[in-house]
Design a protein around this ligand. Structure first.
Ligand SMILES: Cc1cc2nc3c(=O)[nH]c(=O)nc-3n(C[C@H](O)[C@H](O)[C@H](O)COP(=O)(O)OP(=O)(O)OC[C@H]3O[C@@H](n4cnc5c(N)ncnc54)[C@H](O)[C@@H]3O)c2cc1C
Length: 803
């Protein structure tokens, strides 16, 4: 290893676990030959060395799955490249189900695998027993077999990555702790270490469970906390010879594999044990935490049930090692919002070894190119509000995240800890209306109302089905109120506001004050970074309404792209409430509350009014396909505006109703139907592209237009009224995969399940094309339509009475 620190490096990787080693390797391979890695102890000495190191490819999205597939091919090929073996063993993995809902869950995963091109196949209990004869299969009702999964030796893997990195010029410094991060004008300029200062342009923070403290050195908010994680090791057991597949018994919270002729039985118990990373200390190297048999006992009982051979096995140890978790169970990869050049590759949530190869590649790509190779919004460090970075919120949340790692991901599933962090100005009203809340970016938002009990978790017809139907009917037949206060709001002010926004946004923003404009901010590749609505309030003042979870990311994007324009940017999210008043009675209600002028507003026109004495600004627009207004008022006035509308007969409706209605109307949602890899042309949003303005991404869009890129988004209406599509399912045309569903819901106004899908095959994008959607292994027939499933064109608000 090297001894003299350079005074300068273009990139400094902090942390020598699998994430740091993989990032360094990929940086060096991509030509960053002066990159260095600083590890305060020894390589792998944090969490990586004691990892169970299973590599199971299938994740919830294609891009996360592809990261692991990349890992698999890297781990299998590194020896040839570097001469250092990685210990890659590919014996496959077996997931068993012991109840119907789990069977549906693993069958949904099998369908996803088909969509992503990952080999996986449903097998019977007997076939599962053939592959895993040591297991008690009495309660097993089905299984899915994934032949390509495997495992690796984490230390050997890191040695191979480091050897590869060094061969391309990278340098590694062990026993070199980073004690400070140097910034200037919001940019990384260097690191301080116990061996001296190194100037640099970028940092890859791969500091595992210590990342919250490490990030704080640069003032970054990194919501990562650790939990104890257990696995049992036995001495050799009869019946185990050579390597066997990994067994996943998630109903019993267990994973099981062979280890040196014995068994390794790991668990994600229902509630984990959080541990303060600072308690571990800086010199926590190659160390473990104390065994805790009391905590492990319920898991031991489960393991004894599944593995009768354990009864007589000799226990080697109960290994207890700390691992890092984030508030939503997904890792952090990418640049921070606040500090240019500070890139995160941490918070790996127990998949660091499996994902490390691909994640290191993606992080290196991001550092070199300014963006990840594919959309990875699930891992974007900008997806958390500050409130999740508190010790209290993290301590309560991460044990639940660990516990949910193997839980069935039912639709509508919510976290129960660290709730109530952010409340909208109408929260008390919603509590009185018996709202069932969901958490979005820390905010509590009503999913539906009139909740009588905790909703049952199911893949079938949900127990809130009728209530949501009533809320949709209210919006369709009378008038409903939707709380949209959590929209991110950004004030763009200054004499160059229009000029700036015209460069950043694809639509023409230079409209007269009083206009609302739907637009998208694009990257240089033409992909959608964000879609938003702007209101031009004055010549020099726009208010942008962005997605609830997009505010930090969008603010960062705007700041990053601000040039020499005289413009100020301010996050005003908390200052305003947004109340959606939608439905045919809206006109009459507006008149009754003393705001008849709202009826004079044309579509996408905004104007001021007074409701219950409070100043409001309303835009004639609708996300649900019923005519109405989105009414913005000061947060402190929200209650009286709501009361006035409510007294005139408008009733609350929740997110589930809104979502079902927007899918029927085919309004696309960011994170579902839109992301950074899809362009306005591919999403059918070319109506919001002003070709005569110059905006970021225009050249890429022009190229797409010239090669005939077309709208890939279609609506599918399923024939079977009882089908429950959820999104992320394969769509088949003529027996071959034609695309995937991106949003789905029951369409109450059309009386059928309705889907928005991204169809790559042209034959499936024809009006009336008959397609099939694979929902947990069952094929459901449906018709493609290029129009919205429900289009209330011509359906207007009832005109207000002349009284
Ligand atoms: C018991 C157990 C079983 C697991 N099983 C699996 C599995 O089967 N499959 C899987 O994919 N994952 C598994 N994991 C998770 C996986 O091991 C981790 O996600 C992964 O090792 C994390 O790697 P890392 O590089 O992010 O962190 P680490 O390996 O912890 O590396 C971070 C490094 O940063 C260094 N550092 C911190 N601060 C500084 C500083 N200021 N200056 C310099 N250096 C610093 C630390 O010393 C440490 O070496 C398991 C984890 C545990 C605990």
């Amino acid at each position: 290893m090297n001894t003299t620190l350079p005074s300068q490096a273009s990139v400094v990787v902090i942390g020598g676990g699998v994430m740091g080693c993989s990032t360094l390797y990929h940086l060096a391979k991509e030509g960053v030959d002066d990159a260095i890695l600083l590890e305060r102890n020894q390589l792998t000495s944090g969490t990586t060395w004691h990892s169970a190191a299973q590599v199971r490819a299938l994740r919830s999205t294609r891009n996360l799955t592809d990261l692991i597939r990349y890992s698999v091919s890297l781990y299998a090929s590194l020896e040839k490249e570097t001469g250092q073996a990685t210990g890659w063993i590919s014996k496959g993995s077996l997931s068993i189900a012991t109840n119907q809902e789990r069977l549906t869950h693993i069958k949904r995963q099998e369908s996803l695998a088909r969509l992503f091109g990952v080999p996986a196949q449903s097998i019977s209990r007997d076939e599962a027993l053939e592959r895993w004869p040591l297991m008690n299969g009495d309660d097993v009702i089905g299984a899915v077999w994934s032949p390509d999964d495997g495992r690796v030796s984490p230390s050997d893997l890191c040695s191979a990555l480091v050897k590869g990195a060094k061969s391309h010029g990278a340098k590694i410094f062990e026993n070199t702790g980073v004690t400070g991060i140097l910034t200037n004008g919001g940019k990384i300029v260097g690191v301080e270490t116990d061996k001296g200062t190194v100037k640099c342009d970028a940092i890859a923070l791969c500091t595992g469970l210590w990342s919250r403290t490490a990030g704080a050195m640069a003032g970054a908010q990194i919501p990562v906390w650790s939990c104890e994680h257990f696995y049992l090791l036995t001495k050799p057991i009869e019946g185990i010879s050579g390597n066997i597949p990994t067994l996943s018994d998630h109903d019993n919270h267990l994973y099981i594999r062979d280890d040196s002729g014995g068994l390794l039985v790991g668990c994600f118990e229902p509630t984990g044990k959080a541990i303060d990373p600072d308690r571990l200390g800086d010199d926590f190297a190659f160390q473990l935490l104390p065994e805790d048999w009391d905590h492990f006992e319920p898991m031991m009982m489960n393991a004894l049930h599944r593995l009768p051979a354990l009864e007589t096995a000799e226990v080697k140890m109960l290994l207890n090692g700390p691992e890092s978790f984030t508030p939503d169970g997904s890792f952090l990869l990418g640049e921070t919002a606040e500090t240019k050049g500070l890139f995160l590759g941490c918070g790996m949530n127990s998949v660091g070894v499996a994902t490390g190869g691909g994640a290191g590649m993606a992080l290196a790509h991001c550092i070199i190119n300014g963006h990840t190779p594919v959309d990875l919004h699930e891992a974007d460090p900008k997806r958390f509000p500050d409130c999740f970075n508190s010790v209290e919120a993290l301590c309560h949340r991460v044990p639940e995240v660990l516990g949910k790692h193997y839980e069935i991901t039912f639709p509508g599933r919510q976290m129960s800890t660290s709730r109530g962090l952010r409340k909208t100005p109408l929260h008390d009203k919603w509590e009185k209306e018996k709202a069932h809340f969901g958490q979005f970016y820390g905010w509590e938002r009503p999913l539906y109302f009139e909740k009588s009990a905790e909703p049952m978790m199911t893949f079938g017809k949900p127990d809130w089905f009728d209530q949501v139907g009533r809320e949709v009917a209210q919006a369709h037949d009378k008038a409903a109120i939707f709380d949209q206060s959590t929209f991110g709001k950004i004030e763009v002010e200054g004499k160059h506001a229009a000029r700036f926004l015209n460069r950043i946004c694809a639509n023409n923003m230079d409209r007269k004050p009083g206009r609302a404009i739907y637009t998208a901010m694009l990257n240089e590749r033409g992909g959608i970074e964000s879609d938003l609505t702007a209101i031009r309030i004055a010549d020099d003042h726009f208010r942008l309404f962005v997605g609830t979870t997009a505010i930090r990311r969008d603010m960062a994007w705007l700041k990053q792209h601000l040039g020499d324009e005289q413009v100020s940017l301010r996050d005003s999210t908390q200052d305003y409430a947004v109340i959606g008043l939608m439905g045919p009675d809206a006109a009459e209600i507006a008149k009754s509350v003393g705001a008849p002028e709202l009826n004079d507003l044309k579509y996408f026109e905004a104007g001021p009014a007074y409701i219950a004495g409070a100043h409001v600004r309303a835009v004639r627009m609708s996300y649900v396909g019923e005519a109405g207004w989105e009414i913005t008022c000061k947060a402190e006035n929200a209650s009286k505006v709501y009361d006035a509308l409510h007294q005139q007969g408008a009733l609350p409706a929740g997110i589930f109703a809104q979502s079902a209605m927007r899918i029927e109307k085919r309004f696309l949602a960011y994170g579902h139907d839109l992301d950074t890899d899809i362009s306005p042309l591919q999403a059918g949003l070319d109506f919001a592209v002003a070709w005569d303005t110059d905006f970021i991404g225009k050249m890429a869009l022009e190229k797409q237009r010239d090669v005939g890129e077309v709208n890939r988004v279609v609506t599918i209406v399923l024939n079977d009224e009882t089908a429950v599509p959820l999104g992320n399912e394969p769509v088949y045309f003529d027996g071959r995969i034609a695309g995937k569903t991106t949003s789905a819901a029951y369409g109450y106004r059309v009386g059928r399940p309705v889907i928005i899908a991204d169809c790559s095959r042209e034959e499936a994008r024809i009006e009336g094309a008959r397609v099939e959607v694979d929902i947990a292994g069952e094929l459901y027939c449906g018709q493609v339509t290029l129009r919205p499933a429900f289009d209330p064109k011509g359906q207007k608000m009832r005109p207000p009475s002349s009284k």
